[in-house]
Design a binder for this molecule. Structure first.
Ligand code: SAM
Length: 263
C-alpha cells in the first residue's frame, strides 16, 4: 500500500487503502451550502479547475448518501484502536438552523468520546440573530476502552498560574477549544474557501496518534491534515476531487518535506 499520497478521486471508494491500516481519520466534509469549490475562492479569485468540478449544492439525500459511503470506507480503513474526527458546523437552510447531529447516524457502531466546540472570533455579522462563532468536532472511537489519547502531549498553560495553588503550570484542555480561524493575513492561508487551521488539526493529531502512524483525510481540500501530519512525523493519505486543491496541497507539502523523519 502506498503512503504519503493524495488521490485525485472521490473518497466514496478507497480501494487504495487496506483494511485497518489508518490510525486516525481527520476531516471536514463539504457542508452542502453552495460553496463553489473549484470555481470561486474566498478571496474572490476564480480558480479554473481542469479536474472534476464539485459544487456544494447537492440534493440533501444525495449529499447524505455520499457521506455515508465515505464514512463507511473510513470505518473500514481505521484500526481497532483508531478514531475518526469530523469537523462540521450548523447550516442555515431556509432561514432555519440545521444542527449537524444527524452525522451520528453514520457512526452508530462507534462511540462518541467528545463533541468539541471550536470557538473563534472571526466571521460575518448579522442583526437577524446572534452571529455564529463556533463549529463542532465530533470524535468517534471504534473501541470505547482502547484508543489512543495522548493527553500529556496537548497540555496548555494554566491562566493566572499560582505556585501555591497549582502543582503544574500546565493543564488539560477542555472540550471547548478557542482557536483562530484561518483569516486572510495568515501565512498558512491558501485559495481554498473552507480551509481549517493547522492549530486545530495539530491538537487532534497529537492526541489521537503516534509518530509514524497514518492519518487519513477523505476531503483533503488544501491539504491541511497532510501538512500537519507531516510536520508531526506522521504519514498521510487522502482524497480530493478538485485538481486545483490537490495542487495547492502538494505545493504546501513540498515545503514541509524534509522537516520530518520517515519511518
Ligand atoms: C470543507 S473542504 C475541506 C477543507 C480542508 N479541511 C482544508 O483545510 O483545506 C471539503 C473538500 O472536499 C472535497 N470533496 C467534495 N466531495 C468529495 C469527494 N467525494 N471525494 C473527495 N473530495 C471531495 C471538496 O472539493 C473540498 O475541497
Amino acid at each position: 500500500m502506498n503512503i504519503d499520497v493524495i488521490y485525485m478521486c472521490s473518497s466514496e471508494d478507497m480501494t487504495q487503502i487496506e483494511n485497518k491500516s489508518v490510525s486516525l481519520v481527520v476531516t471536514s466534509p463539504p457542508y452542502n451550502i453552495d460553496i463553489r469549490y473549484g470555481n470561486k475562492t474566498a478571496k474572490g479569485k476564480v480558480l479554473e479547475s481542469k479536474g472534476v468540478k464539485y459544487s456544494d449544492n447537492m440534493d440533501e439525500d444525495e449529499y447524505r448518501t455520499m457521506l455515508s459511503r465515505v464514512f463507511a470506507e473510513c470505518k473500514r480503513v481505521v484500526k481497532d484502536d483508531g478514531s475518526i474526527w469530523v469537523n462540521i458546523k450548523n447550516r442555515l437552510i431556509d432561514g432555519e438552523i440545521v444542527a449537524p447531529f444527524w452525522i451520528q447516524d453514520f457512526f452508530r457502531d462507534m462511540y462518541l468520546k467528545n463533541l468539541i466546540i471550536w470557538n473563534f472570533d472571526w466571521g460575518g455579522s448579522t442583526n437577524k440573530r446572534f452571529a455564529p462563532r463556533y463549529e463542532f468536532v465530533f470524535w468517534f472511537v471504534k473501541d470505547k476502552n482502547n484508543y489512543t489519547f495522548n493527553l500529556d502531549d496537548v497540555k496548555i498553560p494554566v491562566l493566572n498560574y499560582r505556585p501555591d495553588k497549582y502543582k503544574s503550570q500546565l493543564r488539560n484542555p477542555t472540550d471547548v477549544w478557542r482557536m483562530s480561524m484561518v483569516s486572510g493575513n495568515f501565512q498558512e492561508r491558501t485559495a481554498h474557501p473552507a480551509q481549517y487551521p493547522e492549530q486545530l488539526i495539530e491538537r487532534i493529531i497529537l492526541t489521537g496518534s503516534n509518530p509514524g502512524d497514518i492519518i487519513m483525510d477523505p476531503f483533503m481540500g488544501s491539504g491541511t491534515t497532510a501538512v500537519v501530519a507531516k510536520k508531526l512525523g506522521r504519514h498521510y493519505l487522502g482524497y480530493e476531487i478538485v485538481k486545483d486543491y490537490c495542487d495547492i496541497a502538494n505545493e504546501r507539502l513540498s515545503k514541509v518535506e524534509g522537516q520530518v523523519t520517515h519511518d
